[in-house]
Design a protein around this ligand. Structure first.
Ligand SMILES: [Zn+2]
Length: 315
């Protein structure tokens, strides 16, 4: 089953979200700029809406106030009344779901871009819920053809998993995860790259709205298997760090027997799996407390069906 809800319709309601994590500054400052001057978000067939997703965290330059906003879109949070309303991000997720959703409804926005940075060497990573999101997979293909440098596709693994992220509010969505960049820091190269990626994604929607069809293609994408934690003591203290041979090797093959950690004693820890995997989010600062040293991914090839032009042409 392919997601075809968008076929035959213009995508007029498009949002660009920054500051979902308040210390990931490329998205924060691009969105603040676009709130002042949205001209870069205008296209022939639509104008995208800039939106600062977590203003309280952004103000304090922290990832979140009470809990991770990008994990606050589970059904239990979106429907909770009262008991959890002292949690800022739960309230904020409900507001965002009202403004840009409601999720899975006809009223939901057509597309959300969600802008993130990572301390990992992820290049211009394109985060998609599933390879079955045909429109977004075509957008990724378009971006990979038009943007210089690697733009690996990272599949979150929905719909098998419960939806938890901000992207799930709209009918279609793309997360941009650019790094390496320290949190709380702006780098010119990362900022300009993110701006170019958003522009390319908006161009793609505009082409589709104007009646362009896109042929079928095969593509490589990386699908999340599971997280891998640091070696830890029984009381949770980390006993070592990412091995120098693994540092910065996001999306490169990791074979059984390759080193993954080094203990403070100097001892090396080797990968014990029985197949080659592709790690990503290696040494992401925000994931130490989540128990994640990196995510294990599998490299997959998918055949994506053609994307037919929207039924009505633009004015
Ligand atoms: Zn983030």
């Amino acid at each position: 089953m392919y997601s075809t809800a968008f076929v035959g319709h213009h995508l007029n309601r498009v949002a660009v979200m920054g500051g979902t994590h308040g210390n990931e500054l490329s998205g924060v400052y691009l969105v603040k700029h676009w709130l002042q001057d949205p001209s870069e978000l205008q296209r022939r067939t639509f104008t995208a809406t800039p939106f600062l997703a977590n203003p309280k965290a952004t103000e304090r330059c922290i990832r979140y106030v009470n809990q991770d906003l990008n994990r606050s879109f589970k059904k239990s949070f979106l429907t909770s009344k009262g008991t959890q309303d002292d949690l800022y991000e739960v309230r904020r997720a409900q507001e965002i779901n009202q403004l840009f959703g409601p999720r899975d409804s006809a009223d939901a926005f057509d597309f959300i871009f969600d802008l993130h940075n990572t301390t990992s060497n992820m290049a211009a990573c394109l985060i998609v819920d599933s390879e079955k999101s045909v429109f977004t997979m075509h957008m990724c293909h378009h971006i990979q053809k038009h943007i210089q440098g690697p733009c690996p596709i990272y599949l979150l693994g929905w719909p098998e998993q419960e939806k938890f992220a901000l992207l799930s509010v709209a009918k279609n969505g793309l997360g941009l995860e650019l790094g390496p960049q320290p949190h709380g820091v702006l780098r010119a190269d990362v900022l300009s790259h993110m701006k170019a990626l958003v522009a390319c994604g908006l161009d793609f929607i505009d082409l589709f709205n104007q009646g362009t069809s896109f042929p079928a293609f095969d593509t490589v994408a990386y699908k999340v298997i599971e997280p891998m934690d640091f070696p830890r003591s029984p009381d949770g203290e980390i006993l070592g760090f990412v091995h120098p041979q693994l540092q910065d090797k996001d999306f490169l093959p990791l074979k059984p027997g390759d080193p993954i950690f080094q203990l403070f004693s100097g001892e090396e820890i080797f990968y014990k799996g029985d197949a080659t995997i592709y790690p990503a989010f290696i040494n992401e600062a925000a994931y130490y407390k989540k128990g994640v040293a990196f995510f294990k991914l599998e490299k997959c090839t998918f055949s994506i069906p053609p994307l037919e032009a929207s039924a009505t042409s633009a004015p």
